[in-house]
Design a protein around this ligand. Structure first.
Ligand code: GAR
Length: 195
């Protein structure tokens, strides 16, 4: 089965949804490593409790981003990782690292890409007066939030929504979407190809 590393920076609720899905006997992947760039990330505890190997790689412990990403790469190879899932990983990875994992690294973003790349997606969707919002799983390419889309899920924007209520609705959709998208990639049903 396909060995997956999940990279997180915080809460790790998407990571937990992947761990949960991967417990099913017919799921085509298993979560073999959870790596955080923040030592205090709540998701690290969730992962340890689930018996999953964890690692912390902090940018400040390295002279530059390339060396930091080289350390992440070493962890991934040590754990014989096939696919990487970014899940609330809030650090931009270097182009060299991204290219090394191109086609084997996914990200989940809380918007209907190509709308609202970057941060504060929920507030921006509300400010624009959009009728719907959602989340996207995509292959990671060097340009931020720009890789080919694997899957999207839509949610309505309802009267009275604020960024928190909308984020909660999108997050529930994320928890359903990411395990499904990862399974498609792990089974080889969806693949990154040359343009
Ligand atoms: C999720 O909503 C994810 O889509 C978003 O951060 C949250 C992480 O929550 N990611 C980004 O904004 C990436 N730029 P989680 O730690 O509970 O999975």
């Amino acid at each position: 089965t396909v060995r997956v590393a999940v990279l997180i920076s915080g809460r790790g609720s998407n990571m937990a949804s992947l761990v949960e899905a991967a417990r099913e006997p017919d799921y085509p992947a298993r979560i073999a490593l959870v790596l955080s760039n923040k030592p205090g990330a709540g998701g690290l505890e969730t992962a340890s409790e689930a018996g999953i190997a964890t690692a912390v790689v902090r940018l400040r412990d390295f002279p530059d981003r390339a060396e930091c990403d080289a350390e992440i790469d070493r962890f991934l190879r040590e754990h014989r990782i096939d696919l990487v899932c970014l899940a609330g990983f809030m650090r931009i990875l270097t182009p060299g690292f991204v290219q090394a994992w191109e086609g084997r690294m996914l990200n989940i973003h809380p918007s209907l890409l190509p709308k609202y790349k970057g941060l504060d997606t929920h507030a921006r969707a509300l400010a624009a007066g959009d009728a719907e919002h959602g989340c996207t799983v995509h292959f990671v390419v060097p340009e931020l939030d720009s890789g080919p889309i694997v899957a999207q899920s839509r949610v309505p924007i309802l009267p009275g929504d604020d960024p928190d209520s909308l984020a909660a609705r999108v997050l529930a959709a994320e928890h359903a979407l990411y395990p499904q998208a990862l399974a498609q990639v792990a089974r080889g049903e969806v693949r990154l190809t040359e343009a």
